[in-house]
Design a protein. Sequence first.
Length: 65
Amino acid sequence: MRRCMPRLQQIPGITEPPPMDSIKLDIISPSLLYRKLIKLYLRKFDTDHQTIIRAWKQTKYEFYF
């Protein structure tokens, strides 16, 4: 245990992150975000369309209402 102590004392402390310029981001509407996520999901997992359609029907209400 004594051998580890000098190593622990040499670890530098956490410094503050550098200042970042504020970037103006456009707000995406929930419906557009949902459509983009569905397209991404279809591209990645395009083999099981029935599961994708069932999931879309189940979550459609959450995004649009």
